[in-house]
Write a protein that binds this ligand. Structure first.
Ligand SMILES: Nc1ncnc2c1ncn2[C@@H]1O[C@H](COP(=O)(O)OP(=O)(O)OP(=O)(O)O)[C@@H](O)[C@H]1O
Length: 258
């Protein structure tokens, strides 16, 4: 459903992203990993159509992304960005309702409100619905934003650090939710910093370093201490049962040397 070929983006004289290829099928969950400043958000914004590539092209549902109008795009792909800013003092309910906007034919219907309540319920956000969005904690705001995305009923979800601000239980719940949506046939691309969550939830991982793809493939083969040390510049240790999922933790140099 989503394909990028030789994707590059330059700001001034600096390439923030260069030569990135990826392909996402319906039902797949792709995790984008990499150090701070490695180009993850830039890639997500290119895939969302918020930035135009300097080089290469993005195809979404068999069409060049650049040929979509904003409303058509908003019905088909939903974006969770890092910014939580709201131009107006919306309630949590109103923020979740924003997801219906691309679908409204002139005016809202009772069904749009039912869907909004259902979306809030799926993220355990119903008790927050009357609260001003700006008064919510980081984790509460993230869940309300997730309800907005669900309400958009898109085929592709692009998530920039969706587990930011979430405690371990909500982080797992949120990723389980998007994993379930992928099993239903949606596509999910999530920028994550937690390698272990990526290993648990993603079908494939793209590892970026300085705007270039260092590796792209199934997490079992990529989340390896040597590769991670090369990408992040710190040693990693693999924990857990060798036959089970890998859990990788960064360790100080002294600990790595024993
Ligand atoms: N408009 C711009 N002009 C110049 N440099 C930019 C611009 N936007 C982003 N950058 C730089 O490009 C690099 C990649 O930024 P990006 O936000 O994509 O990284 P990231 O991997 O998402 O980082 P983080 O993990 O810190 O969120 C950073 O060094 C950033 O400062």
């Amino acid at each position: 459903m989503l394909k990028a070929k030789n994707l590059g983006y330059r700001a001034g004289s600096r390439w923030l992203l260069k030569g990135v290829d990826l392909a996402l099928r319906e039902g797949e969950f792709l995790a984008v990993l990499g150090p701070n400043g490695s180009g993850k958000t830039t890639l997500l914004r290119l895939l969302a159509g918020e930035l135009r590539p300097t080089e290469g092209e993005v195809f979404f549902l068999e069409k060049p992304l650049a040929t979509y109008g904003p409303k058509e795009l908003a019905r088909k792909r939903a974006v969770l960005s890092q910014s939580r800013e709201m131009a107006f003092p919306y309630t949590a309910y109103e923020v979740a309702f924003l997801g219906r906007l691309p679908h409204l034919q002139g005016r809202e219907t009772p069904l749009d409100h039912q869907k909004t309540l259902k979306a809030l319920e799926r993220v355990r956000g119903l008790p927050l619905k009357e609260r001003l969005f700006t008064s919510l904690s980081g984790g509460e705001a993230m869940r309300v934003e997730a309800a907005r995305l669900l309400n958009q009923e898109a085929r592709l979800f692009l998530l920039d650090e969706p587990t930011n601000h979430l405690d371990p239980r909500y982080a797992l719940e949120l990723l389980c939710l998007f994993r379930a949506l992928a099993y239903e046939g949606k596509g999910v691309v999530a920028v994550l910093h937690d390698l272990n969550l990526a290993g648990l939830f993603a079908d494939r991982v793209l590892l970026l370093k300085e705007g270039r793809a260092m590796a792209y493939g199934p997490p079992q083969s990529l989340l390896h201490p040597d590769l991670l040390e090369e990408v992040y510049g710190v040693p990693f240790r693999r924990l857990g049962d060798p036959k089970g999922p890998a859990f990788l933790v960064p360790v100080p140099q002294e600990v790595a040397r024993g």
